[in-house]
Design a protein around this ligand. Sequence first.
Ligand code: FAD
Length: 383
Amino acid sequence: MNFDHLTLSEIPATDEELRPAIRELITAHIGSMPLHKRARTWMGGDAVFSRAMGKAGFLGLTLPRKYGGAERGPLARFVVVEELLCAGAPVGMHWIADRQSALVILKFGTEAQREKYLPRICRGEMYFCIGMSEPGSGSDLASVRSRAERTENGWRLNGQKVWTSGAHHAHYMIALVRTSGEPADRNQGLSQLLVDLKAPGVTIRPVPDLNGDHDFNEVFFDNVELPHDALLGEEGAGWSQVTAELAYERSGPERIYSSAVLLDAWIQHVARQPQCEARQRLIGSLTAQLVVLRELSVAVTSRLAAGEQPVVEASLVKDLGATFEQSVPTLIADDLASHPEESVEPELWHAIMTVTHIAPAFSLRGGTREILRGIIARGMGLR
Ligand SMILES: Cc1cc2nc3c(=O)[nH]c(=O)nc-3n(C[C@H](O)[C@H](O)[C@H](O)COP(=O)(O)OP(=O)(O)OC[C@H]3O[C@@H](n4cnc5c(N)ncnc54)[C@H](O)[C@@H]3O)c2cc1C
């Protein structure tokens, strides 16, 4: 068992120093944004805000300067992301490109691919989506059926992706597809392709969520012709590349702060009411849980900063974080229901509804609770 490595760490002062500037940028952009929209945290997007983030140097924080990055460590990004999520800033447009696509391109891409994509990601002008899940291939990702065949000019892609967040805004998808063999070959014969979503033969259809919002999509590929340099990394090495990508996806502070805007708004509501001991206990319990989760998340990020791959620990934080995030809207709704004499701002109710509707997704996106617990159990030597 490796959990003795998850020692508490401090964020260096040089990274903490980023807070005033990112706070200023956020305040300038979200002044009039309603609470229920801020409560969607990283699911809400605004191209103007993404470009402003890029201009201020807050995107690609860990990327090399020669591609437009800031060449800082993961803890600098932790500070910036923490501020964005706690304020409910509209990060959705650049979110996936900044969090994982850029890192995958940096790690596995050719020099030409890095030069083509990374500077535009850092400027907040180019967005990506994740093309992993397919109907029948979610947790069992190795069974993907979308297939690309080599042609004289590059690749011909056919198949379908589903639950693709932000595909309707994104310029590119990094898709996991089969380039040889059969689905029964599992993780052999898979590759990652950079798919231009404007290419003929790509169809994107919305899948509305429980709030009626359009975040998810189905994406269909019908004889999509892609150039040779659509291949990202090595042909047939898609499985190990996608595993590295999932590590970036699971380790960030977004796995603990999805209900933070709502929690903050409710605490502000309570502060305006007569004192109540039960409420003080509830606020103490929720904030104590959040503080502990944050310490764990900082500790995981510190290990990433040290060049390690804390896959088991990141899974542990994501699982505990999702459980916490999901408990918040229910506990707050129960609390308000037990004070029927109070007048509650309609926006607070709207935010509770919004988070209640998206909360089931917290333990699905980025790997379900059961899959993460399987990883944790394996790491602990239990299976
Ligand atoms: C908000 C949100 C955003 C998403 N965005 C994207 C995206 O941008 N791109 C993308 O590719 N995908 C995306 N997804 C899809 C997500 O990755 C899948 O939903 C997830 O991997 C689960 O796959 P599935 O939905 O097919 O469920 P299934 O894999 O069919 O699982 C159904 C249930 O069975 C359980 N289960 C499955 N296998 C096992 C097992 N071996 N042991 C124990 N239990 C098991 C699961 O835990 C789950 O409870 C998103 C999902 C959500 C909710």
